[in-house]
Write a protein that binds this ligand. Structure first.
Ligand SMILES: *[C@@H]1O[C@H](CO)[C@@H](O)[C@H](O)[C@H]1NC(C)=O
Ligand SMILES: *[C@@H]1O[C@H](CO)[C@@H](O)[C@H](O)[C@H]1NC(C)=O
Ligand SMILES: *[C@@H]1O[C@H](CO)[C@@H](O)[C@H](O)[C@H]1NC(C)=O
Length: 327
């Protein structure tokens, strides 16, 4: 690399000012966390003298849209994806190719330096392979944070699902389960209890709200089917504390990187002398369980619909496909 080129690259990486010439390629320093960058996903890595030489290498690689230069090891990593930024992170040497370059068209601009899909619909316009599967999506409702989404029905009309790793089950005890008609507080019941187990939950990507009545990826016992996050009981009024209650809800989002918004409150949704009992919410918010006591009644979210937010859990970048929008 000649000196002029070196100086030019140095200039490019040391500024984020737009010169008005959209054919130039610039880099913007993006503060982030190392666990969000995932060096192992680099399309190339090797030793370089400094950030300027690393960025020059990126310019020569048509797929490269971001880079990491490790000042300690002097290793340069090139990426064909743009990773998440996180202002609280400690990685100072991650650079993202800037707005206005001609390499890539953006699907959705989340910030000035994200050219990444904000929904599965965006993928249709920017990815070659748009089969159903797990993708990294950067929803605007999640402030552009990397989110593992199962894109479903890509061929006919994409919808968004979260794949659950653990058991999420919702069980309902109703008047068909009475062992003796109108007899409350029985320790036995007439099976079966209605139950829905969700393997995936549908979300609305615009606001990350769960559609609790989508049963595409569920196993269902009995009808009518129970909504995600809800349960019901018909074994006796709430003040009969000693009564067994068979209705039970188990939400477990561990392994998804998401939790139910901690501001969502659970309690009585409908019914007579009903309340949620044995309510448990794990410290990290990933597990929520409760029973319901009523004569008869239902329990579930009472403060509004179930909305998902990011947890502090780290999900490996290799769990889903990263997609960059090619021209
Ligand atoms: C640089 O490499 C060192 C040694 O492998 C590692 O501990 C450090 O986390 C790396 N830093 C960055 C920003 O990649
Ligand atoms: C497309 O993506 C699917 C789902 O991840 C994968 O199974 C398949 O191998 C990919 N096909 C091509 C041609 O890359
Ligand atoms: C929830 O999903 C079901 C089934 O896919 C659909 O019929 C319904 O309109 C959706 N509800 C909302 C509020 O989007």
């Amino acid at each position: 690399m000649n000196l002029i080129a070196k100086l030019l690259v140095l200039f490019f990486i040391s500024t984020t000012i737009s010169p008005g010439n959209t054919n130039e390629i610039y880099f913007t320093k993006t503060k982030t966390r190392l666990d969000l960058v995932e060096p192992s996903l680099g399309i190339w890595s090797g030793p370089r003298f400094g950030t300027s030489q690393c960025s020059f290498t990126c310019l020569q690689e048509p797929q490269c849209v971001s880079l990491l230069f490790n000042e300690t090891t002097k290793l340069c990593y090139l990426f064909n994806v743009i990773f998440d930024g996180d202002e609280s992170g400690d990685v100072e040497s991650y650079w993202v190719i800037n707005n206005g370059n001609t390499r890539f068209v953006r699907c959705t601009a989340i910030s000035t330096f994200h050219y990444i899909p904000a929904s599965c619909i965006d993928l249709l316009s920017c990815a070659v392979n748009t089969s159903d599967g797990e993708y990294w999506i950067y929803p605007i409702a999640a402030n552009g944070r990397r989110t593992k989404i199962f894109c479903h029905d890509m061929a006919t009309g994409p919808s968004h699902f979260i794949t659950l790793k653990n058991m999420n089950s919702f069980i309902e005890h109703d008047d068909s389960n009475w062992e003796i008609i109108w007899q409350p507080c029985r320790s036995n019941l007439k099976p079966p209890l209605k139950e829905v187990e969700f393997a995936k939950i549908k979300i609305r990507i615009e606001d990350m709200v769960v559609n609790g009545t989508d049963y595409t990826f569920t196993s269902v016992t009995g009808s009518p089917t129970i909504k995600y996050g809800e349960t019901a009981d018909c074994n006796g009024e709430k003040f009969w504390d000693h009564c067994p209650h068979f209705g039970h809800a188990m939400i477990d989002t561990k392994g998804t990187g998401l939790i139910v918004d901690p501001t969502v409150v659970f309690g009585k949704v409908w019914g007579y002398e009903t309340r949620a009992t044995d309510f448990l919410r794990s410290a990290d918010g990933s597990e929520i369980s409760f029973s319901c006591a009523g004569w008869c009644g239902g329990c579930g979210p009472v403060s509004g619909p179930i909305k998902l937010v990011h947890s502090v859990e780290f999900i490996s970048a290799t769990d889903a496909q990263p997609i960059v929008c090619h021209k």
